[in-house]
Design a protein around this ligand. Structure first.
Ligand SMILES: Nc1ncnc2c1ncn2[C@@H]1O[C@H](COP(=O)(O)OP(=O)(O)O)[C@@H](O)[C@H]1O
Ligand SMILES: [Mg+2]
Length: 222
């Protein structure tokens, strides 16, 4: 599903500010696996997720997502590929505060060319899986942190993405919302999703349905 070989990311290359955030990362993630990416702040977790999501390009190395060398695609093709294949739940959620939950989720389908009926059905289904359909008409600005996160999960699911990436999902959640998040992730795993969660929350250490914990330190996999 995801194959990474000798991947490097250097910010400001060839300058005195050059900084290597990812250093020869090699990693294979199979379909339907749930992977926990651990490591202290600054170890490169978010950078790795954003490269897998093709939000930025690596400096060198190989990256195949579903057999596609996404880092080599032109930006427009990469963003189409992302819209159809990847659900990304960023740490800050990146929702539109003055839009409703329903609007935030259904907007993600617009670039994919679905009919209005398909958009309604897919949006409803994603809201149900993410346990937020009861708030579908609420403005995002009026939601709690946990509700915002479930809206971001619904948006990540609405395109039937096979791959779900989450960045520090429990960083701003209380323990009840964190447990709810974990139950939703367990369900996504049952639905066949391939999931990568970047976190340093020990809550994820002892989950029976985690396939592998990958430890990162200073841009390297230990
Ligand atoms: N756009 C950027 N320009 C320069 N340095 C960056 C940039 N993005 C991230 N970094 C640096 O790369 C390192 C890894 O960052 P990040 O991937 O966000 O780590 P983590 O998510 O594990 O906290 C950090 O030292 C960070 O400061
Ligand atoms: Mg991070």
């Amino acid at each position: 599903m995801i194959q990474i070989k000798n991947l490097n990311k250097t910010f400001h290359p060839n300058t005195t500010r050059a900084f290597t955030a990812l250093d020869k990362i090699t990693l294979t993630i199979k379909a339907n696996q749930l992977i926990i990416l651990k490591g202290v702040s600054g170890s490169g977790k978010s950078t790795l997720l954003s490269i897998i999501a093709s939000l930025q390009k690596p400096t060198s190395g190989e990256l195949l997502v579903e057999g596609e060398a996404i880092a080599k695609l032109p930006d427009l093709h990469a963003s189409h590929f992302r819209a159809a294949t990847i659900g990304f739940i960023p740490q800050s959620f990146n929702l539109f505060d003055s839009f409703t939950v329903w609007e935030n989720v259904s907007l993600a389908l617009i670039p994919l060319g679905f009919s209005p009926k398909e958009i309604r059905q897919k949006t409803q289904k994603a809201l149900e899986i993410a346990q937020i359909s009861h708030k579908k008409d609420a403005l995002v600005s009026n939601l709690s942190g946990g509700e915002k996160q479930r809206t971001a999960i619904a948006r990540a699911l609405v395109n039937d993405a096979k791959i779900i990436l989450c960045d520090e999902p429990t960083a701003n959640l209380d323990s009840e919302n964190s447990k709810k998040f974990i139950m939703i992730i367990e369900q996504l795993k049952k639905l066949g999703k391939t999931i990568i969660i970047a976190t340093h929350d020990p809550l994820f250490d002892s989950l029976s349905f985690v396939d592998s914990v990958i430890n990162m330190e200073e841009g390297k996999i230990l």
